[in-house]
Write a protein that binds this ligand. Structure first.
Ligand code: BES
Ligand code: ZN
Ligand code: ZN
Length: 489
């Protein structure tokens, strides 16, 4: 799919090429490209403001049949993310122009001030992620995606960046898988089906898989997870995906919330917003997608993905507000609100992970609270951890991948929001303020002194309009973040 093309641009031939153009300065070093840009910006119809574009035909003395120029705006504002978006836009334009492929010119002028490897990775990511359309549910799917994406760069740079191709392909495949799982309609991903999908992926990728079905969950007392599943005719289950090299330097457990549909249970949700609740398993999809990438990248770490999977439904057998259950960790929980179900399935999965694996780091991803979306908007995830270094590492990974994360506080005195008269704790906070924080504190009560961080992805998991390298709906948020983080822990 991805190819490096090292022929100098004053000789290079292409059917379809794209060049990024800055408003107020050069980012390309090659004279052939600079000349083409000078000619294009002399045209009335093109100015290199952000998101403006023009297509030139028979450019570069006829060697380039079709050349798309996209404006990036002022040079001082360029970031690595600008190049993900540029590549995404270019690929989408090429698809709608019925092209077979595209060659992206890598900007390499030293004055650009961005790391070359980061720019090359970003161009590849933007291109691969934009070259994806979910046509599984069309009667007559038409596959007009690009067959080939080239990156034009000098041989020396190509040599240094060569390993990035396989890495980026592995990660972007993980993102695309995660998106497809999240976009899958809820009638086709009831817990057993979603668990099978993850297990099949993991087995095919060469990971060890362990699937716990309802009888095992009952025997092992995953009572909080079982309580959430009680109203559904599709029983809950839990998948473990394990990457275990011979002598791992560290061990990491990733836990992802897998609610295949969240009606709220007996605390039924209002109809607005219900339609997106098929995406309430996005945390689990991010974990499974990251595990798919891990299986190919083979880091020298023991990495275990755990996904508790459940459907939250109201019915005669559903858990009632006021029910009390004994969680896997042993603490009792009064279920004050059946719509605060994510935290219930996570505490059992995490307590199980802590007991079984005692990892160096535990991270959970979950579409956990609407309150987090109120706090940070729908493009930024909330990070909760009492471990400063871990929180900083996650925020830094968010900056590199543009899967943005913002650290939130976990003040000890907010614990009192979760008091229960009868049980050890209530899953429903007594105040509607600070809901994302209360949820994180609730989770923290079940993992002892385990080094841990929680990432609330309720906002960025599912968007009406994604970035230029995404489609509306599932974003696959978390896969790139986790893969980057794993490399920096
Ligand atoms: N799945 C929701 C959170 C959510 C909301 C995700 C919006 C994506 C978009 C979660 O299970 C939930 O319902 N949380 C409640 C908690 C409350 C009952 C304490 C919420 O946020 O309102
Ligand atoms: Zn809920
Ligand atoms: Zn939920």
């Amino acid at each position: 799919m991805l190819k490096f093309k090292t022929t100098a641009l004053d000789r290079f031939k292409s059917d379809n090429m794209a060049i990024a153009v800055c408003e107020d300065g050069e980012i390309h070093a090659e004279p052939a490209v600079r000349e083409l840009i000078a000619n294009a910006t002399a045209l009335q119809e093109f100015t290199p403001e952000r998101d403006r574009q023009v297509v030139l035909h028979n450019a570069m003395q006829g060697r380039v049949a079709r050349c798309l120029l996209i404006g990036l705006g002022p040079k001082a504002k360029l970031t690595v993310e600008t190049f993900r978006n540029f590549a995404g836009r270019a690929v989408k334009e090429a698809i709608s122009a019925r092209q077979n492929g595209i060659d992206l010119v890598v900007p390499l002028d030293p004055s650009l001030g961005l790391e070359t490897a980061a720019v090359v990775s970003a161009l590849m990511e933007g291109a691969l992620l934009a070259n994806h359309k979910d046509t599984r549910y069309k009667e007559k799917p038409k596959n007009n995606l690009l067959k080939q994406v080239g990156l034009c760069l000098p041989a020396g740079t190509a040599k240094r960046c060569r390993p990035l191709i396989a890495r980026t392909e592995a990660i972007c495949d993980g993102v695309r898988q995660a998106r497809e799982w999240v976009n899958t309609p809820p009638n086709e991903k009831v817990p057993e089906q979603l668990a099978q999908a993850y297990a099949q992926m993991a087995a095919a990728a060469g990971l060890k898989v362990n699937l716990l079905h309802e009888p095992q969950l009952k025997r092992q007392k995953f009572n909080a997870l079982l309580a959430v599943g009680a109203g559904s005719s599709h029983p809950p289950c839990l998948v473990e995906m394990i990457h275990a090299p011979a002598k791992p330097k560290k061990s990491i457990v990733l836990v992802g919330k897998g609610v295949t549909f969240d009606t709220g249970g007996l605390n039924l949700k209002p109809s607005t917003g219900l339609d997106t609740m098929k995406a309430d398993m996005a945390g689990s999809a991010a974990v499974a997608g990251a595990m798919a990438a891990v299986a190919r990248l083979k880091p020298d770490l023991r990495i275990i993905g755990i996904t508790p999977i459940v459907e939250n439904m109201p019915s005669g057998s559903a858990t009632r507000p006021g029910d009390i259950v004994t969680s896997y960790a042993g603490k009792t929980v009064e279920i004050g609100n059946t719509d605060a179900e994510g935290r219930l399935i996570l505490i059992d999965a995490m307590a199980y992970a802590v007991k079984k694996y005692k990892p160096d780091v535990l991270i959970d991803l979950a579409t956990l609270t609407g309150a987090c979306v109120v706090a940070l908007g729908d493009k930024i995830a909330g990070v909760f951890s009492r471990d400063d270094a871990l929180a900083h590492a996650i925020v830094a990974a968010g900056e590199r991948t543009a899967e943005r994360c913002w650290r939130m506080p976990m003040p000890e005195d907010y614990r009192e929001l979760l008091k229960s008269e009868l049980a050890d704790i209530n899953n429903n906070a007594s105040s509607r303020y600070g809901g994302a924080i209360a949820a994180a504190i609730f989770l923290s009560e079940f993992i002892g002194d385990q080094r841990w961080a929680h990432i609330d992805i309720a906002g960025p998991a599912f968007l009406k309009k994604g970035p230029d390298y995404g489609a509306p709906g599932a974003t696959g948020f978390g896969v790139r973040l986790l893969c980057d983080l794993i490399d920096h822990l």
